[in-house]
Structures are given as C-alpha cells and as structure tokens.
Design a protein around this ligand. Structure first.
Ligand code: FAD
Ligand code: MLT
Ligand code: ZN
Length: 452
C-alpha cells in the first residue's frame, strides 16, 4: 500500500505528539482511556481490507460527549490531527490514520439511551454496534431500518458518518430520512446539540444533514416487476453475478448453493417483510410464479424458515469476506443507471483479460454496483488499467463514484468526477468554517489541493 500514502504529503502545520500531550489525555480520560499498546495500535492503524496503514502512536477511548469535546478542544489548540474511528469496517481508507493522527475510538460510547415504543424513536450513543441495535429493536418487536454485512463490528456513528446504505435501503430509505437528530462535537470541541426527536421540524436549515455522510471530516426488468408485484413488502433486492457466487462457495466454509449447480449468469436475492405472513407469502409466491412464466427468471429457491433465510443472506453478505480471502481487491462502489450497470463489469473484464477476476454484485434495488477486481496482490500496473477508466466511465454515464462507502482517502482527489468544481469549493468552505485548522480526519473526503 506504499503507493496510496505516497500520493499525500503530511501537512507540516500539524504538531507531533509529545509526553505532555499524553499526560493531559491521561488526566481527562484516566490511564485506561489512553492506549499506546503496540499490538492494539497496529490493528487500529490498519483498515479492514489491509490496504491502508497509518502510523499513529496513540488511541483514545472517550466515554462521554464531554470527553470527546475535551479531546478535540485540546487537539485543536495544539494542532494535533485526529481520526475518528468506529468499527473500522470502512472500505475507502477513511477510518485509519494516514500518518500519525490521534485515533479517537468510539467503542466505549455504546449505551442505548432511550427507546420510545409509541414513536419508534431510538436514542443511542455513536459507539453502539449495529447488530446490538438490530437485536435490541427486534426484541421490542421493531425493525432497525439499516442492515449490512459488517453489522457485527460497525457502529452507528460510523454508519451515520458514512451515510451507509446497506441491504434494506430499497425499503426503508437512507439515513438522511431515518436519522432524526444528532449530537456532534466540532473540531474545536464545541458540542452542537441537534438531538431532536421530532418527526417534523422545519425551523431553519437542517444542519444535521451536513454531518450525515461527512465521514468524520466535519461527515431491469425483474426489479420493476418486483416493485410492481411486491410493492410495500419488498425489503431487499440484491444481486450477485456467477463469479461472486463462485468466490463465496470456494472461500467460505459452510456456504451452500441452494440452487442446482447449473451456471446462471446472475443471482438475485429478494427479501420481503410485511405484517401478515400468509398474505405476504402468497404475494411472493405469485410474483415468483409470474416471473418464471414470463421467463424473467430461470430458477429459484424460496427460504422455508428463518435459518434458511439466513443461509441465503450469508451468500450475499459473505462476498466481501470471500474477496478478502481470495487475495488483493480493488473495490469500487458506484451508482449507475441500472440498465448500464453490468456493462462496466464486462468492459472491465475485457480490459483486464486474464490478469484479474472481475466481479459484480450489489444493491440492484438502489442502482448501486459493487465492482470488485480481485488479484493475487496489489500491482500498480493493474491499477493504471482500472483508474481513471472506472471513474471516467461512471462520470460519462452521470453516475456517482461513491454510492454508499464514501470517499475516504481512496477517492478524495476523484470527487470532481461526481461533483462540479463550484460545489466542491463550497464544501471546502464549509469544512474550513467548521474545522479551520483542518485537524479532523485530514487528507480524507475533499481533494488535497483544497483541504490544507
Ligand atoms: P469506520 O470504518 O470506523 O469509519 C468510517 C468513517 O466514519 C471514517 O471516516 C471515520 O472517521 C468516521 N467515523 C466513525 N465513527 C464516527 C463517529 N462516531 N463520529 C464521526 N465520524 C465517525 N457500507 C455500506 O454503505 N453498505 C453496505 O452494505 C456495506 N456492507 C459492508 C460489508 C462488509 C463485510 C464490510 C467490511 C463493510 C461494509 N460496508 C458497507 C462499509 C462499512 O461497513 C460502512 O461504511 C460502515 O458504515 C462503517 O462503520 P464503522 O463503524 O466501521 O466506521
Ligand atoms: C456490500 O454491499 O456487501 C458492501 O457494501 C461491502 C462491499 O461492497 O464489499
Ligand atoms: Zn454495499
């Protein structure tokens, strides 16, 4: 990964950590909240894909908003750069230091504060693990509107910060709609309370949206038929190509193809969630029968119980893990017109011929393609075959170079493929206003030419 960091220069105006800094952090967080342990730091310096690696010497674990505020106030005055870190499952190099930034790890802020059964409004701290929230709500008879393969590790703060899309966006919409309020700590330590729990509130600019998706830097036909026939009960419409399925079957233990092993080009995983099981099942069966008769699908399997449903999900959710086991992976997360989506996968295959395994999967219901290129090891020669071609192709089709993963370090300089210069300049002005010294997650999101 040397070549990734080599693209960025350490900002010389940032200070370097000294022993007085460590003593101060111990004063406010206690010994336990100040981590200098090498093994721990090695993990926190490395991203989930083992592709980006920083060299931070310090990880802080605040327990409250007040402690986060004190940390940032101090770091801002000392001009120490900071990287907020949740579950560290981000896929664009946004959650790890680029150089020696102080890591602010959120995992101890993991309390559920309240849940109102009447309004369905949950208030919790940013370090809550998504799966714990899903289970908590499930036990109350409610559904968390967000689900993704990394649920066992990712945190709600990280989810909001990346505006994660996930597996059920097709049904429940994005976090811009589901997050009613936020409490945020600005770069200078000021706490901004936007923690409203009202469903409707039109008093001025809705500033929380600035932070949703800010990445810690401030933040075909079957588908049409499914939407028509399943309507309100359609909760997921995911796709994988045969190469993605092969990867999962070859690299993950205990995964079984529920269909006979005839090779199909594409597989779709459809989930419905409704309130009247016999009626919902009837609707789903009717849809499948119709889709078979109309020749829209050639084969299918219907989960008979919750265990079987989980084993189907394991196939789709297991793709990122299987890719990691297969070797190095170049990951692209693109919004594209659904009818054009797979053309890019095929063009990429032709471009790279036998030098890589090109796979396509993703959230078809949201027009979100995950184009992944799997190779034995990272190789600059292959990278130049992929980039900027992939971004140019996406831009030509008026798509987005980041549908849901964010820009992080990986795509900070590529933002212009999806946003006009004037828009990027306005973003840089907002960043400057909220974080004048640029200490919060430097080198990420905004192009390096505008961010220092
Ligand atoms: P991290 O990776 O720790 O951080 C991500 C970004 O958020 C960083 O910029 C970080 O600085 C910032 N951040 C983290 N916590 C905070 C906080 N409390 N305050 C401010 N900033 C913060 N993404 C999708 O959108 N859809 C998917 O379906 C999906 N599936 C995935 C499946 C797998 C197996 C994996 C490994 C990843 C997947 N992702 C997906 C990507 C990733 O899980 C999401 O981006 C997730 O929301 C990141 O949460 P996290 O807690 O791990 O954040
Ligand atoms: C997914 O949908 O599985 C995630 O976004 C992770 C990935 O793209 O690999
Ligand atoms: Zn995804």
């Amino acid at each position: 990964f040397g070549s990734l960091a080599a693209k960025v220069q350490r900002n010389p105006s940032f200070s370097t950590l000294n022993s007085d800094d460590i003593s101060y952090f111990k004063e406010i967080l206690g010994e336990k909240g100040v981590i200098e342990d090498e093994e721990w730091l090695a993990t926190a310096n490395t991203d989930w894909m083992h592709k980006y690696k920083g060299s931070s010497k310090l990880l802080l674990q605040p327990r409250s908003t007040e402690e986060v505020s004190q940390i940032l106030k101090y770091c801002n005055s000392r001009c120490l750069a900071v990287v907020p870190q949740g579950g560290n499952t981000g896929l664009v190099g946004g959650s790890v230091p680029v150089f020696d930034e102080v890591i602010v790890n959120m995992s101890l802020m993991n309390n559920i504060i309240s849940f109102d059964k009447v309004s369905g409004i949950l208030v919790c701290e940013g370090g809550c693990i998504l799966e714990n929230l899903i289970t908590f709500l499930d036990n109350q008879g409610f559904i968390m509107p967000l689900d993704l393969g990394a649920k066992g590790s990712c945190q709600i703060g990280g989810n909001v910060s990346t505006n994660a899309g996930g597996l059920r966006l097709v049904r429940y919409g994005s976090l811009h709609g589901n997050v009613l309020g936020l409490e945020v700590v600005l770069a200078d330590g000021n706490v901004i309370d936007m923690l409203g729990t009202l469903r409707k509130d039109n008093t001025g600019y809705d500033l929380k949206h600035l932070f949703i998706g800010s990445e810690g830097s401030l933040g075909i036909k079957l588908l049409m038929e499914a939407k028509r026939k399943l309507g309100e009960i359609l909760s997921a419409f995911e796709f994988l190509d045969s190469k993605s399925l092969d990867l999962v079957l070859n690299h993950l233990d205990g995964v079984r193809n529920p269909l006979p092993p005839t090779l199909h080009k594409f597989y779709i995983l459809i989930e419905t969630t409704g309130s009247d099981e016999p009626y919902d099942r009837q609707k789903l069966e009717g849809f499948l029968l119709h889709a078979m008769e109309a020749g829209l699908i050639s084969d299918g399997a219907l989960a008979q119980d919750i265990n079987q449903a989980s084993s189907f999900w394991r196939i789709r959710e297991g793709i990122p893990e299987a890719l990691m086991k297969a070797g190095a992976v170049y990951k692209y997360d693109l919004s594209l017109p659904v009818e054009k989506m797979y053309d890019l996968v095929e063009e990429m295959r032709t471009r790279l011929s036998d030098s890589a395994n090109v796979v396509g999967y993703g959230h078809l219901g949201d027009g979100n393609l995950h184009l992944n290129i799997s190779t034995a090891q990272y190789d600059d020669g292959i990278l130049t075959q992929i980039e900027p071609f992939v971004y140019e192709w996406t831009s030509k089709h008026r798509g987005s170079i980041s549908a849901e993963h964010g820009l992080g370090l990986m795509k900070a300089n590529e933002i212009f493929y999806s946003k006009p210069t004037a828009t990027v300049s306005l973003m840089a002005s907002i960043k400057k206003m909220l974080d004048p010294k640029g200490i919060l997650n430097p080198y990420k999101v905004l192009p390096h030419s505008l961010s220092s």
